[in-house]
Design a protein. Structure first.
Length: 44
């Protein structure tokens, strides 16, 4: 999470950050995927 916190500091995101977790998995939802992303956007 250190990388996420560094980017948050650089971009001025508010603290505390919303809860997040990084979970290692053996395989993703689809076998050909290299990365799986779940995101939430906040619009002002």
């Amino acid at each position: 999470m250190a990388g996420v916190e560094a980017v948050a500091d650089e971009t001025g995101l508010r603290h505390p950050m919303p809860p997040a977790s990084l979970i290692g998995v053996e395989y993703l939802f689809m076998p050909d995927l290299l990365v799986e992303v779940d995101a939430t956007a906040l619009l002002d």
